[in-house]
Write a protein that binds this ligand. Sequence first.
Ligand SMILES: Cc1cc2nc3c(=O)[nH]c(=O)nc-3n(C[C@H](O)[C@H](O)[C@H](O)COP(=O)(O)OP(=O)(O)OC[C@H]3O[C@@H](n4cnc5c(N)ncnc54)[C@H](O)[C@@H]3O)c2cc1C
Length: 450
Amino acid sequence: MEKYQIAIVGGGAAGLFAAAFAVKSFKEKSLSSPSGLTLPHIILLEKEERCGRKINITGKGCCNITNTRMWDEFSPHIHPQANFLKSAFFGMSTSDTINFFESIGLPLTVERGQRVYPKSMRAADVTKALIDYISGGLVKIQTSCIVEKIEKSPDGFSISTNRGNVKSDKVIITTGGLSYPATGSTGDGYKFAKSLGHSVEKCFPSLTALIPKNYFKDLKTEENFCAASERTFSQIGKSLNGLELKNVSAQLMVNGNVIQEEFGDVDFTDGGIEGPIIFRVSRKGVENIINGQKVQLILDLKPALSLQQINARIEREMKSLSSVVYGRYQASNNINSSNPSTLRYLLRKMLPMQMIKPFIGMNKDLSVKNLAEHLKYLEFDIVSYIGYDRCVVTSGGVSLKEVSHKTMESRLVKGLFFAGEVLNLDGDTGGYNLQTAFSTGALAMQNCLL
Ligand SMILES: Cc1cc2nc3c(=O)[nH]c(=O)nc-3n(C[C@H](O)[C@H](O)[C@H](O)COP(=O)(O)OP(=O)(O)OC[C@H]3O[C@@H](n4cnc5c(N)ncnc54)[C@H](O)[C@@H]3O)c2cc1C
């Protein structure tokens, strides 16, 4: 049986970064005291044929690697308990991450919203930079190696894999969550954690599309979430699919109370309603659907204008319509607020073309009189959400109560560490999740090396 000092289970963002941190520490130490330094024996065990499959699909293939925010601005985007991340963040902050990647030959660029990407805009370059850095003998990478069991033994850990058994003094579990299982993240870490005595907080999909009532036909929602095979568009879903709304506001309502409000862009897709601001409200939305609460989404399509301002605009449009039509037809036309063609004319002025038909379909009582109200209050009853097959991140995971925030070591099993999405920590979109994986991976390795 091969024996190592440290075994990293899972070669995703957290596992690769933990390995890179070990290499970095070793290189720095060997510069300051080259003689007598022994190389720790480290192995990284990855289930897939290649490491970092999920990194390769991040940020729509561009990888939003981190952002430039410091703790005060970063922490509100971490859930459910940002303080758990504080020590890890201060050990490996957003600027440390940027410096690290640039130092290993990956130039970065800062884009809109303080988001940091590789200059090449290729996520695969991030994975390659990490693998190149840790290759070369310092860390043994064993791919196509499925860890099946991790057991505590008197002298460390015994790890059973499909390719034989490995012994190690310390183990870092970096197996990720449950989202996009095709990348290798199938929740195995929760099973390992439980078998070693840890509790796992209930998991649910987050940063995901919300599904309104009547968007799909015959939606089966007993399981709460909705698999791709169960989704057939209704008339309204079909007409909304593909629509992108810019600069709108979204309110998440639970049992009639507004619990979150976001401003930005919304997309209607083959998964339901998504886009940056819907992802942001999806965590609370999904959690409340699971808990059986009534969840609604209210879109304000004209958040920059008050009701009075919209009504004033409607009046102006009506007047210009009258003058145009009077000019052309010499008063033969019926320009009044009860004429349906007047309403359609106004909708064309106020909404994107694709939105008009579904907007009329969703607001049966729509008239010129109440148009402003409907533009500011477009209501969707949310009945379901897209599950792990397509959500960005898993909420829930290894309970933070049983892991030390100062070291990432288990409080229950000495020598056992956790990092990344397997923990009950998740972030908003914007580079928060990868930064969390990097910070916790680095801190776990730092303490393994002691
Ligand atoms: C489509 C998409 C886009 C995203 N975009 C961004 C983004 O732009 N910015 C951002 O910050 N975050 C993004 N995220 C989230 C981010 O990718 C994850 O939070 C992050 O990768 C988690 O890192 P991790 O190392 O904990 O887990 P993962 O990256 O999921 O890695 C876990 C690894 O463990 C391996 N593994 C699992 N079980 C075993 C086992 N039994 N034996 C051996 N190996 C095992 C898996 O194969 C996998 O390689 C995105 C996620 C998705 C799905």
